[in-house]
Design a protein around this ligand. Structure first.
Ligand code: ADP
Ligand code: MG
Length: 416
């Protein structure tokens, strides 16, 4: 086995801000109700505009990297926002896709999808393995799958063998080389899309059983799908271990109840996800983002729909700016260690992964207040920078597929 060359360890980093996209699910049910949100595209920015309908809520406009309305399909969402991260993960970068939003806003629909409309996870699997079953081996890589959940701050392995292991909580440890990792988590070798989706179906079967035992289970559990790639992309490269995480987070409305009467957090992990983002965002503004020019800010505010309404500050997204990694400096001040989720997602939040935050929004005016909270969180997340080692391989092409999205749909049907 080749050892990493010193040259690689010293590679400079490229600043990559968190990509934040918003998806507003279709309004169903009441024909009398119209949505509380309007999407606009102007001057290369995508805006989510709140139109209050009688509620005593402020108007507001929020700019994001991309926005999708009720007409958008999972495939469109995947192609426009998620695919490049999946390709980058295969090519040798860490990548994470996190679905955040209140319960019933469409997180699971976006991540898993339905038999008729596969979500980001089956589409990603198709992207990775679909081009031919031995595609990864040809690239000199092997893949291993983990699928686990965090529920009540317990890490439960959804792929564990045997019933006792399936319910015991696993510790999250830290190690100088690996960073945070879940000790004892099963990593199942997978060679095809079918292998992956069958294991996911098995994990979902466990979650379905848990749903019958616990109130609010679905809205309180974080499901983490983690595909690890190992190998060297070329003969002259060292072996590399990278990960693609796809995470269906718990419903963010739990935030409100974070400090319950006995002082415990109902969803500690979600609370500290917010804390980590807030701290990283302040840090980003102080160190980097505040350096953007005032005129740039003014120009963007002027071009905002309903100009005059204040817009969030985060316009300077200096892609490709080569900067030394800042994370080591920050690590001690950011509360990663305070929850299981933030430990597991350490590299995705101010770390070395490409990260996409998908914020799902319920269109109904009755949920507008919670939706505004989600969008404010999303706005903060846009100010977080990650630092990706430069010089990664470009993503491979994916012609000549043998595994189709219909095959994925067939397997996903087993999950419903
Ligand atoms: P969450 O996981 O955020 O709690 P779900 O994904 O379960 O929410 O969505 C709640 C309901 O809304 C489900 O019945 C789902 O099928 C439907 N739904 C959500 N988003 C969409 C969408 N974009 N298109 C069609 N139906 C959707
Ligand atoms: Mg869900």
């Amino acid at each position: 086995m080749r050892s990493p060359s010193p040259a690689r360890r010293e590679r400079p980093s490229i600043r990559e801000p968190l990509q934040v996209v918003v998806r507003i699910r279709p309004l169903v049910g009441s024909a009398a109700e119209s949505g509380a949100w309007r999407l606009e595209q102007r001057d290369g920015q995508h805006w989510v505009c709140h139109q209050p309908q009688g509620e005593k809520l402020e108007r507001g406009v929020f700019p994001f990297d991309q926005c999708f309305d009720g007409k958008a399909t999972n495939k469109e969402l995947f192609d426009k926002a998620a695919k490049k991260l999946v390709q980058a993960a295969v090519a040798g970068s860490n990548a994470s896709i996190l679905a955040y939003g209140q319960t019933s806003s469409g997180k699971t629909h976006s991540v898993l999808g339905t038999p008729y409309e596969p979500g980001i996870l089956p589409l990603a699997v198709e992207e990775i393995f679909g081009f031919r079953d031995d595609g990864l081996q040809v690239l000199g890589k092997q893949a291993k799958l983990s699928y686990f959940e965090i529920f009540n701050e317990k890490v439960i392995d959804l792929l564990a063998h045997g019933p006792s292991q399936a319910t015991s909580s696993l510790p999250v440890k830290e190690d100088a080389g690996r960073g945070f990792y879940v000790q004892g988590l099963r990593e199942a070798p997978v060679r095809s899309a079918e292998d992956v989706l069958r294991l996911v179906a098995r994990g979902e079967e466990r979650r379905r059983y848990a749903r019958t035992r616990w109130n609010d289970y679905s809205s309180r559990s974080h499901a983490i799908f983690s595909l690890c790639f190992e190998g060297a992309s070329s003969a002259w490269e060292a072996t590399r271990r990278t990960k693609l995480n796809i995470v269906d987070l718990a419903g963010c409305e739990n935030h409100k109840h974070e400090a319950s009467e006995d002082g415990r957090h109902i969803n500690r992990s979600l609370f500290f996800l917010g804390e980590v983002i807030s701290r990283l965002c302040k840090d980003g503004r102080r160190d980097g983002l505040s350096q953007r020019s005032l005129s740039d800010t003014r120009r963007r505010q002027d071009s905002a729909p309903n100009s005059g309404i204040s817009t969030p500050r985060h316009s300077a997204r200096l892609r490709d700016a080569r900067t030394p990694p800042r994370r080591e400096k920050n690590a001690d001040f950011i509360p990663y260690r305070d929850s299981k989720l933030t430990r597991v997602l350490r590299s995705s939040l101010g770390g070395d992964a490409l990260t996409l935050l998908l914020v799902t929004v319920h269109p109904s005016p009755s949920f507008a207040e919670q939706s505004l909270t989600s969008l404010r969180f999303a706005t903060k997340a846009r100010s977080v920078d990650n630092f990706i080692p430069s010089g990664l391989d470009s993503a491979r092409s994916n012609e000549d597929r043998s595994f189709s999205v219909c095959d994925a749909a067939r397997i996903i049907e087993g999950l419903q």
